[in-house]
Design a protein around this ligand. Structure first.
Ligand code: FES
Length: 130
């Protein structure tokens, strides 16, 4: 990933999340590439940062019904509000619910001054940022 493909976002506080926009591309069966808007989110849990795509591995919907609200009521898990799958905030593992796998991880790097750099673009189906 080249340097111009990073964007700066606010570092979330403990138990909070920062939502951000991603560009994704999908290759159609006829070979055409289409660009889609997607989202990612950065969480801070137990003092650690993690970045995830805002796409549930069950049915592909965003996890948050209220934009930016990802944590369960207990504050211990991330929840997909569509069918209530629960995920570990640090590993992204599916803890319960219909999710067939864990969350799709995104890279990130500390930018200092209360900010974090996250990717501008992520591949929609690989689970890896480009
Ligand atoms: S879409 Fe997330 S649990 Fe079904």
């Amino acid at each position: 990933m080249s340097a111009e493909l990073w964007q700066r976002v606010m570092r979330p506080g403990e138990g909070q999340a920062t939502l951000f926009t991603l560009k994704s591309s999908v290759q159609l069966s006829d070979g055409r590439l289409i660009e889609l808007d997607a989202q990612g989110f950065l969480v801070c849990f137990q003092g650690q940062l993690k970045a995830w795509r805002n796409e549930c591995p069950h049915a592909g919907s965003p996890l948050d019904w209220i934009p930016g609200r990802f944590f369960s009521e207990s504050g211990e898990q991330l929840v997909c509000h569509t069918h209530h799958a629960l995920f570990d905030p640090l590993s992204g593992d599916c803890l319960s619910g219909p999710c067939p796998r864990g969350l799709y991880a995104l890279p990130f790097r500390d930018a200092g001054d209360g900010h974090v750099e996250v990717p501008v673009q992520a591949d929609l189906h690989s689970g890896r940022a480009e």
